[in-house]
Design a protein around this ligand. Structure first.
Ligand code: AMP
Ligand code: ZN
Length: 116
């Protein structure tokens, strides 16, 4: 898939609009268009990586940076100490619908476990 055909590449390239809340060196964060919690953000690498199953040794630092950004946004959106969830869906059976790696940051309500 080319960047032009990938929704999250297009958002990262600013050719598709989104409600962007943070930008970092290799990451962007924006509001989910169909929020599943009062706060529902997506943390997205600017590089096109189809799923978390596709990460390699070259992405090790990026993965840490994504978690640091999730934590920073959780504090910014007052999800601490109430609690928040950082989720990656990998594969259609796990609910992945966009084939560009992203972390969901969800908070602002009580979460159930196990997830559906
Ligand atoms: P997943 O199902 O884990 O692949 O997550 C994809 C997420 O992207 C879903 O929560 C969608 O609501 C969200 N989404 C789809 N299109 C957009 C968009 N244009 N802007 C922001 N979020 C989107
Ligand atoms: Zn992409």
């Amino acid at each position: 898939m080319s960047r032009a055909n990938c929704l999250f590449c297009r958002i990262a390239d600013r050719t598709q609009s989104a409600d962007i809340v943070a930008e970092a060196d290799r990451l962007i964060a924006f509001k989910d268009i169909r929020p599943q919690a009062p706060t529902h953000l997506l943390i997205v690498p600017t590089e096109h990586i189809p799923s978390i199953a596709d990460v390699t040794d070259t992405h090790t630092v990026l993965l840490g940076q994504a978690i640091h950004l999730a934590n920073r946004l959780a504090r910014q959106y007052q999800l601490v100490p109430g609690g928040y969830r950082v989720v990656v869906n990998c594969g259609a059976g796990a609910g992945q619908t966009i084939w560009h790696l992203h972390w969901h940051l969800l908070g602002g309500r009580t979460m159930a476990w196990p997830p559906g």
